[in-house]
Design a protein around this ligand. Structure first.
Ligand code: FAD
Ligand code: NAD
Length: 478
């Protein structure tokens, strides 16, 4: 079946793939007076990823950091169609011409809600639909990289989506309750209570920090016989953690982790993951097997199959390893009407929410300018008297050149545990400020509260923080 948007045949249709940082920021700003807009994403909500690590131990609830895409779209002047589905194929070859507009066909696979909630690969039934677009916005993000290390997908937990955080929380409580079960051997208790985090980037650091806080604030009270036996180890292949931060903040983070009894093993590579042990290569070349109870794998991003498939359709222009190559206007190299942004792309910027959100905003502006230009061109063609033609030409010149995307870096923030955070802030051209500690943590919280997309989310997150302070975290296993 052909999926139809709330279409006005006079307007072009923009199909947005994804409901993450890039696509949502585009959706918020796109002018629906000019376009029909359809959003396709396997999850029907936006996830505020910076606070996801807090949900793994119940500091805040997952529902507090998600916002339904339909809520975001409800403020638009014309209605937006939101389809919960996964795009499985983009087919730029099957071009169908319709009036003056180039239209392509692609297929979407309707998802079952349960399929995505438990993230299982089992699809009980599915339907394939085809959807037409005039412009396609690819904001499908990236997925967690494993670098081909065997056993990661089977035994490890990623930290990217809501279901990852829920899985981590359940597995953590499984380990703790099993260790508390009578008559376990001391070796088994030590294994179950060894929490290993692989990857010393911001995701791994923030998760280890949250786990530490949960241990100190809550587990110590509820499992006093076990709390002293819980060990947290962070494994990083490079010589230090947080490679993108300044040296001062790296040292501060490493010393804070030391005070918190979080072991950092740098220059250590994980070679293979088994059910109860991981095989690591130490800096001196020796290979060790480390028993673990919970393994959180946070070694960065890799492209999604959909993105790799799209790249193969443009073999001459799409050869970047990190993702889709785009020009300075975020248009896919080799295509006229596909645009890509966020983690799905290979640009000179880091794959962050900050970049994705700015790109989304920029692209919405660019599309507005495109629409205004196209309307002026039509009006110019129809203009009869000279004065009107001159006026339209002047207007057209003003909107003719759309400036390329320019990223403005505001700085980087990372939570490191015990109510401390580190911040590398940008203070205008050439200036920067590196700070770490409790005051930076207060700043960290205020930045994230103000960046949340809705008042509803703000209220929920603040309530969760207050609840945690007054009542502690919930230790029940869902
Ligand atoms: P995403 O936000 O990942 O969104 C991708 C969207 O595409 C999702 O809605 C997904 O469901 C959808 N999708 C996937 N496949 C398909 C398909 N086939 N068809 C249709 N839709 C599809 N960055 C910062 O700047 N600051 C931070 O503090 C920060 N903290 C982070 C904490 C964590 C735990 C993580 C994992 C990341 C963090 N990041 C942070 C990075 C940031 O989240 C990403 O850079 C950002 O999410 C990228 O936005 P995106 O829209 O490209 O991708
Ligand atoms: P990352 O790419 O930043 O870090 C991954 C780390 O894993 C690297 O340091 C890498 O050396 C290490 N690694 C890779 N393979 C390994 C192996 N086999 N064994 C041991 N270590 C290995 O990944 P991330 O932390 O998931 O972050 C992804 C993106 O999201 C980044 O751009 C980051 O800036 C952004 N992010 C930002 C924040 C924040 O600003 N607070 C939080 C989370 C994520």
């Amino acid at each position: 079946p052909l999926v139809q948007a709330e279409t006005d045949p006079e307007k072009k249709t923009i199909v947005i793939l994804g409901s993450g940082w890039a696509s949502t920021s585009f959706l918020k700003d796109i002018d629906t007076d000019h376009y029909n807009v359809v959003v396709v994403s396997p999850r029907n909500y936006f996830l505020f990823t910076p606070l996801l690590p807090e949900t793994t131990v119940g500091t805040i609830d997952v529902r507090s950091v998600i916002e339904p895409t339909r809520f975001i779209a409800r403020h638009k002047s014309r209605s937006v169609k939101v389809i919960e589905a996964e795009c499985t194929q983009i087919d730029p070859e099957n071009k169908v011409t319709h009036g003056l507009l180039g239209r392509y066909l692609w297929k979407i696979l309707d998802s079952l809600i349960t399929t995505y909630l438990d993230n299982s690969d089992v699809k009980e039934e599915h339907a394939v639909s085809t959807l037409c677009y005039d412009y396609l916005i690819v904001g499908v993000g990236a997925m967690s990289a494993t670098f081909g290390v065997k056993g990661v997908e089977e035994y490890g937990c990623f930290l990217k989506e809501v279901w990852d955080a829920q899985k981590i929380r359940t597995k953590l409580m499984n380990c703790i309750e099993t260790a508390a079960f009578p008559d376990q051997t001391p070796e088994e208790i030590d294994r179950l209570l060894h929490m290993v985090v692989v990857g010393g980037g911001p995701t791994g650091i923030e998760y280890a920090a949250e786990l530490h806080d949960f241990l100190v604030d809550d587990l110590t009270s509820w499992y006093p016989e076990l709390a002293g036996k819980v060990k947290i180890t962070l494994i990083e292949a490079l010589p230090n953690v947080l490679p993108a931060f300044s040296k001062k903040l790296i040292d501060y983070t490493e010393s804070t982790f030391k005070e918190q009894n979080i072991s950092i093993c740098t220059k250590t590579m994980v070679k293979e993951v088994h059910e109860k042990e991981i095989e690591v290569k130490r800096p001196d070349g020796t290979v060790d097997n480390i028993p673990y109870g919970l393994l959180v794998w946070a070694t960065g991003n890799t492209s999604r199959p959909l993105v790799r498939d799209l790249m193969q359709k443009f073999p001459e222009t799409q050869q970047a390893r990190r993702g889709l190559a785009v020009d300075e206007w975020l248009r896919l190299d080799g295509s006229e009407d596909i645009y890509a942004l966020g983690d799905a792309t290979a640009t000179r910027y880091a794959p962050t929410a900050q970049v994705a959100a700015q790109q989304g905003k920029y692209l919405a502006r660019l599309f507005k300018q495109l629409a205004v230009r196209e309307n002026l061109e039509i009006e110019l063609m129809n203009a009869s008297d000279e004065e009107e033609v001159a006026k339209k030409e002047r207007k057209l010149r003003k909107v003719k050149d759309v400036k390329p995307f320019q990223y403005s870096h505001q700085g980087s923030l990372c939570y490191i545990g015990s109510d401390k955070a580190v911040a590398d802030l940008s203070l205008g051209p050439g200036g920067s400020l590196a700070s770490g500690g409790v005051v930076t943590f207060a700043f960290w919280r205020s930045v994230y509260i103000s960046s949340l997309f809705s008042t509803r989310n703000r209220a929920l997150v603040i309530t969760d923080w207050l609840k945690k302070t007054a009542l502690g975290r919930d230790i029940s296993r869902e």
